[in-house]
Ligand binder design. Structure first.
Ligand SMILES: NC(=O)c1ccc[n+]([C@@H]2O[C@H](COP(=O)([O-])OP(=O)(O)OC[C@H]3O[C@@H](n4cnc5c(N)ncnc54)[C@H](O)[C@@H]3O)[C@@H](O)[C@H]2O)c1
Length: 366
């Protein structure tokens, strides 16, 4: 089942109401990504950051600086015991997400988890179930879904401006940090897969995946991977992720029966371009085979439009969405179920890799 949160509004602090008191929050994990959450929680009027917790307390202290009133700690139990903490944001490695997030939910806290939601589908499902049973917000930070570009793409795709979706092609390649605990698929593809889930209309969904990968440098896991998704409509989506590319490319093409859109995240002056160009098939006619081949296909070469997009940091919108979901009780735009959908595809893709590209069906027949 597709999660139903996507069309809810539910902005916190609507006109005529008293502004709500800030929500007490703690961040767990002060490594590479945690400081970005710290900065955004601290600058949001929706939250008051009380704790930054890391096994390495010196790292947490360093992130906060000498004059912060936020407490640095390595004692997670103390964080969870603090009644001022209503929400916990988890920015620890994926393998720890289950333990850290489950403990927070069991302590009655709302939880934001960095992508991927968990290390396995089963772990992710345990988190979703726990949150649903307790009536707590569980959100996954699928950061790209909160960029102005992706918000606009979602609007256009779901409003039918591109027509029926025919193909999606996503490339995310650069000289990346070769990770110890995850392969390139689990490191980079969550971004593309979460965007795919976010933008597709409710009736369009991936049903099966085939993945190919290679480890040409002997890193012990795939550093280059190609993932092909079959959609229930007969359309196809492809994701190319690569840690070994000398150039950085971040491009997603969404092809529709009416228009085709190109999102180039590295082009700030024209991040999204919509092409009124494509291929049409005209109705078959009673003509000879050779003529018919020529006649059936026609090409449209219309205008290209680059929509104006606002500039807003994705994490700022993400943090606002977390607050809105907590305050209204509605599922977040990228809720636990959206995180689960990504895990379903990643696990199926890993199985496909083991079987050299065999097509593997997805569990979530939404
Ligand atoms: N949204 C994005 O675009 C984005 C980008 C990068 C990373 N991430 C995600 O953020 C998460 C963290 O990645 P990272 O690159 O910052 O990792 P990292 O290894 O740099 O940092 C992780 C930190 O967590 C701490 N830690 C580990 N286990 C802990 C525990 N049980 N309790 C408290 N602290 C603990 C470690 O000491 C370390 O400081 C991952 O899930 C990753 O996928 C998301």
């Amino acid at each position: 089942m597709k999660h139903t949160a996507k069309d809810a509004d539910g902005a916190a602090g609507t006109a005529g109401q008293e502004p709500s008191a800030p929500l007490g929050v703690a961040v767990v994990g002060a490594g590479y990504w945690g400081p970005n959450l710290v900065r955004n929680f601290q600058s949001s009027p929706e939250f008051r950051l009380h704790w930054l917790c890391d096994l390495n307390v010196d790292r947490a202290r360093q992130v906060l600086g000498g004059y912060s009133t936020v407490q640095a700690t390595a004692d997670y139990a103390a964080v969870l015991a603090d009644p001022a903490v209503e929400a916990v944001a988890v920015a620890t490695p994926a393998g720890t997400h289950l333990d850290v997030a489950l403990a927070a939910l069991r302590a009655g806290k709302h939880v934001l988890v960095e992508k991927p939601l968990a290390a396995t589908y089963e772990d992710g499902l345990a988190l979703v179930t726990e949150a649903e049973e307790r009536g707590l917000t569980l959100m996954c930070d699928h950061t790209y879904c909160y960029t102005p570009a992706v918000a606009r793409i979602r609007e256009m795709v779901r409003a039918g401006e591109l027509g029926d979706i025919q193909f999606v092609d996503s490339v995310r390649i650069n000289l990346g940090l070769v990770q110890k605990d995850v392969d390139v698929l689990w490191d980079l593809a969550p971004h593309d897969l979460s965007v795919l889930d976010f933008i597709l209309p409710d009736h369009v969904r991936p049903v099966a995946v085939a993945a190919h990968g290679a480890d040409p440098i002997g890193a012990g896991q795939s550093c280059v991977a190609y993932l092909t998704l079959q959609l229930n409509t007969g359309a196809i989506a492809h994701v190319h992720v690569n840690w070994l590319s000398p150039t950085k490319v971040r491009t997603t093409m969404v092809g529709g029966s009416k228009r085709t859109l190109v999102w180039d995240d590295l082009n700030p002056t024209q991040r999204v371009a919509v092409f009124d160009r494509g291929v049409d098939l005209t109705a078959p006619q009673e003509i000879g085979v050779d003529e018919r081949r020529d006649m059936l296909v026609s090409y449209r070469t219309g205008d290209m439009v680059a929509p104006a997009l606002g500039e807003k940091e994705a994490l700022r919108s993400m943090v606002e969405e977390f607050a809105a979901a907590i305050r209204t009780g509605r599922p977040a735009l990228t809720d636990g179920r959206a995180g689960l959908q990504v895990l379903d595809i990643l696990e199926a893709a890993s199985r496909s890799l083991e079987f050299r590209g065999a097509v593997v069906g997805l569990r979530t027949g939404r």
